[in-house]
Design a protein around this ligand. Structure first.
Ligand code: SF4
Length: 299
């Protein structure tokens, strides 16, 4: 395939995938919402879960976004060092977002800082946001695509603690954030926690924690235990779907970590809402692709 044809092919794939993501939640979120709905005991909370599933069915039937808030579109990429279109990825994703915005259609959400002007096509300075990791000895590219809604971005916070605050300080920070702002983010929530030595590291990891499949646990047993304890504690609060109170509060709690400076411990929280529109796709060097988040879907 010629280079121009490859650029066209990848642009088509990503435009169609971004459009699709705005209308269909990934398999693991659908399964978890179904599980929480079955376990729910409070009548009002049951009604809210029913309305969520009705909303999703209507979005599918009418081919419309499942939430009015497109969010800001973000791509977290693990790019093979030998992927042939590395130089074209920014241009491809900008164009894919513009096309998905027209085709879906998606609400316009990119507002330029200082100008305070909505660009009208969901692209702008550094938006869609692209986060890069380069993978040696690989010729494909893996993209986690995320629509970061306003309500679920609102609880996003971070803090660098004195080391003596320890992991108790980390847990206290998470609970302070979730009990202050969690209800604004359209629960049940997916809670991403980043722990590291400086604030930008913790913030970045907290967002990446949202891409781990629901039901997965941190590979370190101590991290897994901390996830379980925080999840149980947040569920005890019983925020319920859309904050009406209910049996549970969260779809999951995921922790990602990086080694820290001895004198600091930074923690950050990112939150995903019930309409957690994320998708994972791998594109190979020959432009064949596999959708990992929504099984059996072709674009
Ligand atoms: S928090 Fe999520 S479900 Fe609620 S309005 Fe924002 S994007 Fe939509």
């Amino acid at each position: 395939m010629q280079r121009d044809d490859m650029v066209t092919a990848m642009t088509d794939i990503m435009a169609n995938f971004t459009n699709y993501l705005g209308k269909h939640l990934p398999d693991d979120i659908m399964a978890k919402l179904g599980q929480l709905r079955s376990a729910e005991e409070k009548p009002l909370a049951k009604v809210v879960y029913d309305s969520m599933f009705e909303n999703l069915a209507q979005a599918d039937a009418l081919d419309r976004p499942c939430c009015q808030d497109t969010g800001v579109i973000q791509f977290f990429i693990k790019a093979g060092a030998d992927f042939p279109l590395l130089s074209d990825v920014r241009e491809i994703l900008d164009e894919a977002v513009r096309r998905a915005t027209r085709a879906a259609p998606l609400r316009h959400n990119a507002v330029e800082i200082f100008e305070e002007k909505n660009t009208g096509n969901n692209t702008g300075e550094r938006i869609p946001w692209i986060d890069w990791e380069i993978v040696p000895n690989d010729s494909g590219i893996h993209l986690d695509v995320y629509m970061a809604g306003g309500g679920c971005s609102l609880p996003g916070q971070g803090k660098t603690l004195m080391p003596a605050a320890g992991y108790e300080g980390v847990v206290q920070f998470v609970f302070d954030v979730m009990t202050s702002y969690g209800v604004n983010a359209c629960p049940p929530l997916l809670v991403g926690i980043g722990i590291g030595g400086s604030i930008e590291v913790a913030a970045n990891l907290s967002k990446k924690a949202l891409f781990r499949p629901i039901g997965s646990r941190h590979p370190d047993p101590r991290g897994a235990e901390m996830e379980r304890l925080i999840e149980d504690g947040l569920n005890e609060i019983g925020i319920g779907p859309q904050g009406v109170s209910g049996t549970d509060s969260v779809m999951g709690v995921h922790i990602e970590k990086a080694a820290r400076h001895p004198s600091t411990i930074s923690v950050a929280v990112s939150v995903g809402c019930w309409a957690h529109r994320r998708g994972a796709i791998r594109i190979n060097a020959d432009m064949s692709y596999e959708i990992l988040s929504h099984k059996g879907v072709t674009l």
